[in-house]
Design a protein around this ligand. Structure first.
Ligand code: DOR
Ligand code: ZN
Length: 403
């Protein structure tokens, strides 16, 4: 039996919390396994400017249901988070949305590196978790595609002891490849345009900059064997280079275009199947440190558009832990690897203090994904029967019954 101060229901509206808060309550945790709550270092909760896709009321509920109590949000919003003032405004909006949802989700913000605002970086040292650099365009217009600005970002970051997180895709090569596929309206073209060379060229550059300036480098959404090889070498050379992968790169491959259509379009793109095996090996070898959901909701209307008009990204936060627990049952991951990926390494890399947050999981609960709390109302995991689900998510003494 675990004694908790506050037990709440997460019924989509998150009402009646006060009722439960009045007295302490014991929950019967027998048969459940307590894991440190998930830290998701990569989400796009869309505030400000794109709240029709997601906001912090719906995003927080999806997070809690997925066993996650800490998220790091990305700066490619409208407007993008590229000045200290915009960062403060964004934080105020988030706080009011979380207050409305009555969920004290822990969060940190990435600051967007932008050529026109390089002098803002040092100002936000204490207010952000790190600097996000889009080396290639993705959702939004944030991009740093010139070497001079890249050098400046890595140099300032090293001086200020700030971490640089890179979306490592080379913009010039993307544009070149686009010209070669301009008549192709097939979703499969996405993986050809943003091919593996697009990723490795950018990662090589980022690692070289990390070596030159001594900058701590976090490579987001690693998707292929070739990227893993570069990161492995950098780690062997003693550089402070860390790697994240995503649930969609572990659990989907290019064959998903045939079943999910535009819903499978994401940056960096899905790869051929053998890369998924490499990613699991890289986890075992500790080349990959963390998993980020890269929760990037777009509406279904947007995602069913033809290739070229369909935005990149898919939601993921809610089913990341169940997918990993299911993979554990399939013999693909040890439980300690799940913990390392979902909380331990992120805590170390991002220097987070310990917190009293837990997710109590029923390792044997087997059920299908039938709906989502994300505002976008769809999930690529729909219909998958998974074994291993969160039952209670505990954040700072408040307990949510989520399954
Ligand atoms: O697929 C993606 N979607 N990749 C990104 O880098 C951004 C994200 C989004 O914000 O939609
Ligand atoms: Zn992202």
């Amino acid at each position: 039996m675990i004694k908790l101060e506050n037990v709440a229901s997460l019924d989509g509206k998150v009402t009646n919390l006060e009722v439960f808060c009045e007295e302490s309550k014991y929950i019967d945790a027998s048969g459940l396994l307590a894991l440190p709550a998930v830290i998701d270092p990569h989400v796009h909760f869309r505030t400000p400017g794109m709240e029709y896709k997601e906001d912090w009321r719906t995003g927080a509920r999806a997070a809690i249901r997925g066993g996650c109590t800490t998220v790091f949000d990305m700066p490619n919003t409208k407007p993008p988070t590229v000045t200290a003032a915009l960062l403060a405004e964004k934080k105020a909006l988030i706080d009011s949305q979380l207050a409305e949802a009555d969920i004290a989700l822990r969060y940190h913000l990435f600051f967007g590196a932008d050529k026109a605002h390089l002098d803002e970086i040092a100002k936000v040292k204490q207010a952000c978790i790190g600097i996000k650099v889009f080396m290639g365009c993705s959702t939004g217009n944030l991009v740093i595609d010139d070497d001079e600005s890249l050098h400046a970002v890595f140099s300032i970051a090293a001086k200020e002891d700030m971490l640089v997180a890179v979306h490592a895709e080379d913009e010039h090569l993307i544009q070149q490849n686009k010209a070669n596929f301009k008549d192709e309206m097939n979703y499969h073209a996405h993986s050809k345009i943003r091919n593996i060379e697009v990723a490795t060229r950018a990662i090589e550059k980022a690692i070289a900059l990390s070596r030159q300036y001594g900058t701590r480098l976090y490579v987001l959404h690693v998707s292929s064997a070739e990227e893993v090889a570069l990161i492995k070498d950098a780690k062997r050379a003693g550089l402070s280079v860390y790697a994240e992968t995503t649930p969609h790169h572990l659990f989907f491959d290019v064959s998903a275009y045939d079943t999910l259509g535009g819903r499978a379009v994401v940056n960096p793109p899905l790869r051929d199947k053998h890369h998924r095996d490499y990613l699991f090996t890289a986890i075992r070898e500790k080349v990959i440190d963390t998993i980020g959901s890269d929760h990037a909701p777009h509406t279904l209307d947007e995602k069913i558009r033809p290739y070229g008009a369909c935005p990149s990204g898919m939601p993921g936060i809610e089913f990341m832990l169940p997918m990993l627990l299911n993979a554990h049952h399939e013999g693909l991951l040890h439980l300690d690897e799940v913990v390392s990926l979902t909380s331990k390494r992120a805590r170390e890399i991002f220097r987070l203090p310990h917190n009293p947050d837990w997710v109590l999981v029923d390792l044997d609960k087997t059920t299908a994904v039938i709906e989502t709390l994300s505002k976008c109302c769809w999930t690529p995991y729909l219909g998958k029967t998974l074994r291993g689900w969160p039952v209670y998510t505990i954040i700072n003494g408040r307990c949510y019954h989520v399954g």
